[in-house]
Design a protein around this ligand. Structure first.
Ligand code: G3H
Ligand code: 13P
Ligand code: ZN
Length: 315
């Protein structure tokens, strides 16, 4: 059942974080639904601009509709990840999305507010929620690359004005993470002092953590043992994610970890079964392994086991 992102946040805030997982194809869709249903967790499906143009946005949207029928017990929201203004307006017009993210964080403060406000006005007219971003994560997202020097943690002094003037419903904050598989070179981690300062100013307001993949080291080792070259890949400590949820981090974005599962399964398949050319063999393994990963991650987020209580709160 597709529900509003706001309803998910209302149930989760301060208790657990909702996993927001990116998908691009049928195998990810099946694994994602299975993992969430197995762990009885509500979730958010994220479609990026890149995902929407990889095959065709209509394929992805149709797969989600089909999965909704195949897994009637699933409760989830559909979200545009890292949209620009045009992508947001397209998703708002389609009527299919529960929420959109307008990412104008690379713009100056006033410009970020103005763009976000235009998207909020259009979205709220159709009961669609808007996530905006303040501060800049390091790493690469779509066609924008931000190096370590240019990455800027969210300044808590700016958040109240930003949220008030733009009207956004949730805020992606730069709190020390970055996108991709190379987040940290040493023992760096989340800036809890920034999260707590923002929560103090905006109690009850849902914060979003991008770049939340943990980059499991056993995955990295298995990928490298099967011919991969992911030297120094490192992600967010899972214990830190669990700690962040009660501080108002209500949506946790994960894409890279799913790609690592895909990479490990396929590299090992090609190495161990060189005579095979049936895509369904590694595809089936991937679906099962991705479902296991999702179920595990939902335990870390605290969303596992929440579906019955959520269903009651929606009734
Ligand atoms: O933050 C970006 C997400 O990982 C989506 O990646 O734009 O390559 O689909 P993508
Ligand atoms: P990761 O690259 O850490 O998976 O982050 C994904 C993300 O933030 C999607 O918006
Ligand atoms: Zn992101």
């Amino acid at each position: 059942m597709i529900v509003s992102t706001k309803a998910l946040f209302k149930h989760a805030y301060g208790k657990y974080a909702v996993g927001a997982y990116n998908i691009n194809n049928a195998e990810q869709t099946m694994g994602l639904f299975r993992g969430n249903v197995d762990s009885k967790a509500p979730f958010i499906i994220q479609l990026s601009k890149g995902a929407r143009s990889y095959t065709d946005k209509r394929i992805l949207e149709a797969m989600i509709r089909a999965a909704d029928e195949i897994f009637p017990e699933a409760i989830f929201a559909v979200h545009l990840d890292h949209g620009d203004e045009a992508a947001c307006m397209d998703c708002i017009a389609s009527g299919f999305y529960s929420s959109v993210m307008i990412d104008a964080s690379h713009e100056p403060f006033e410009q970020n507010i103005a763009i976000t406000k235009r998207v909020v006005t259009a979205a709220h007219a159709k009961n669609i929620a808007v996530e905006a971003e303040l501060g800049q994560l390091g790493g690469v997202e779509e066609d924008i690359s931000v190096n370590e020097e240019n990455a800027k943690l969210t300044d808590p002094k700016q958040v109240e004005e930003f949220v008030k003037k733009s009207g956004c419903d949730s805020l992606a904050c730069a709190i020390g993470t970055s996108h991709g598989a190379y987040k940290f070179t040493g023992s760096q981690g989340l800036h809890f002092e920034v999260i707590l300062a923002i929560q103090k100013l905006l109690p009850g307001y849902p914060l979003v953590m991008h770049g939340s993949s943990s980059v499991p080291q056993d995955e990295v080792q298995r990928i490298n043992a099967a011919g991969g070259q992911l030297k120094g890949a490192k992600g967010v400590d899972e214990a830190q994610i669990t700690k962040a949820a009660p501080m108002g981090v209500t949506k946790v974005n994960i894409d890279t970890d799913g790609r690592l599962v895909w990479c490990r399964v396929h590299r090992e398949s090609f190495r161990d079964d060189p005579a095979n050319f049936d895509l369904r063999k590694p595809g089936t393994v991937f679906i099962n392994e991705y479902a296991k990963y999702i179920a595990h991650k939902n335990k870390v987020l605290g969303s596992a086991g929440q579906i019955d209580s959520l269903r009651k709160s929606l009734a």
